[in-house]
Design a protein around this ligand. Structure first.
Ligand SMILES: Cc1cc2nc3c(=O)[nH]c(=O)nc-3n(C[C@H](O)[C@H](O)[C@H](O)COP(=O)(O)O)c2cc1C
Length: 380
């Protein structure tokens, strides 16, 4: 139904899936898979079910193979035990009338030997991404990784396909490929971390090749309308040496042009966190999402720093089809209801973002709803 005041609350048809609204819960790593097998727990099922009023939930970034690991207590989706754990999550969300995609991630060069049995992590080139890995012993600086061989790249693509199959078995409604800065895919895209001289390095088409090999592999398992990808083209800080370069805009131009032929569920784009003036992507400063809107013909999901007001606005002016909210979902499990009733949002406690068991995870209460009899209540 049309909701001219709040398009965020409108029902939305995403291929064959009917979303109750256009408020998407973005992926949030919460570090609650605190068991050696990195298996999703009943506590995680409870957490996701509490947030099932979102039009669509995107799972936390989830390791698609043991080689993908690089952050403490993040769940995987490569063992049968993990698949069984995820079944609890997907059932809990479906029982509450929600929908959930699995976000499949690989951290590549930004991992640490502590996660890999003492072996060096591997990336597109033997170049230290100069970021930090959150290990069981706390944050550690990344090291110079090994360069992936071509057979290893092909195996990684096959591992994505297997993980996509596992997500299907676990009862997810679709998958999102995790390609924001910090992960393996942007390490291939970036001039700073990809110095390869083979078909995965050099010109734009080569550096972007892995994106399309992964998409081609996973759409053998899922209909393309159940597959999405999330990029952060202009992440500027806290991401080591990967920052936008003079080829970022043409690189995404190429990616968008090719993605137009894929008929994906949606393209998920993270916006700029900082002013782009004086950077190689300055041209996107005043027309960021409309740039992607213009060059991408499929559904666009916008992210980063949206509020009820700016989320409604970007849908109203047609620049995006869906809006995702990350941090606001941490302390507001009932975010959609708060938008509906114009209730204030609670702030999450950063100390329990990545640890703390149920504290700061499943103990954030829903806001009391205004009584129907209260004069002046606003219902939309
Ligand atoms: C605690 C935390 C964990 C996150 N984990 C992930 C993740 O696993 N995968 C991902 O794509 N983004 C992750 N993000 C980024 C969010 O999905 C989102 O892009 C970002 O928070 C911006 O949206 P917001 O301003 O609505 O929070 C995380 C963000 C936070 C705050």
């Amino acid at each position: 139904m049309k909701n001219t005041a709040q398009p965020l609350l409108e029902e939305y048809q995403l291929g064959s899936l009917t979303l109750k609204n256009r408020v998407v819960m973005a992926s949030l790593t919460r570090g609650r898979a605190t068991n050696p097998g990195l298996v999703p727990s009943p506590l995680m099922a409870q957490y996701y079910a509490q947030r099932a009023s979102a039009g669509l939930i995107l799972s936390e970034g989830t390791w698609m193979s043991p080689k993908a690991i690089g952050f403490i207590n993040v769940p995987g989706i490569y063992t049968q035990q993990q698949i069984e754990g995820w079944k609890l999550v997907t059932k809990a969300v479906h029982d509450k009338g929600g929908l959930i995609f699995s976000q499949l991630g690989h951290i590549g060069a930004a991992s640490h030997p502590d996660f890999l049995g003492g072996e060096l992590p591997a990336g597109p080139s033997a170049i230290n991404p100069q970021t930090r890995s959150f290990t069981p012993e706390g944050f550690k600086d990344t090291l110079t990784p090994r360069e992936l061989t071509i057979p290893e790249i092909k195996q990684t693509v096959q591992d994505y396909k297997q993980a996509a199959q596992n997500a299907k078995e676990a009862g997810f409604d679709g998958i999102e490929i995790h390609a924001i800065v910090g992960m393996l895919i942007p390490q291939f895209l970036s001039l700073a971390t990809n110095h390869r001289t083979d078909e995965y390095g050099g010109r734009i088409e080569n550096r972007a090749r892995i994106v399309f090999e992964i998409l081609d592999a996973v759409i053998e398992v899922w209909d393309s309308t159940r597959v999405a990808i999330k990029f952060s083209p202009v992440a500027l800080s806290n991401v080591g040496i990967i920052t936008p370069d003079h080829e970022t805009i043409p690189m995404f131009q190429y990616i968008l042009q090719k993605l137009n032929t894929y008929h994906l569920a949606y393209l998920h784009i993270v916006g700029p966190a900082e002013d782009l003036t004086g950077t190689p992507v300055e041209a996107l400063q005043d027309n960021y999402f409309s740039h992607f809107r213009r060059h991408y013909t499929g559904r666009l999901m916008a992210n980063l720093g949206f509020t009820q007001e700016s989320g409604n606005e970007i849908l109203k002016n047609g620049t995006a089809d869906l809006v995702s909210f990350g941090a606001p979902f941490i302390a507001n499990p009932d975010l959609v209801e708060r938008f509906r009733h114009h209730l204030p949002l609670s702030a999450g406690n950063r100390d329990t973002y990545y640890s703390g068991g149920e504290t700061g995870y499943t103990d954030y209460p829903e806001a009391p709803l205004p009584s129907h009899n209260t004069p002046g209540s606003v219902f939309h």
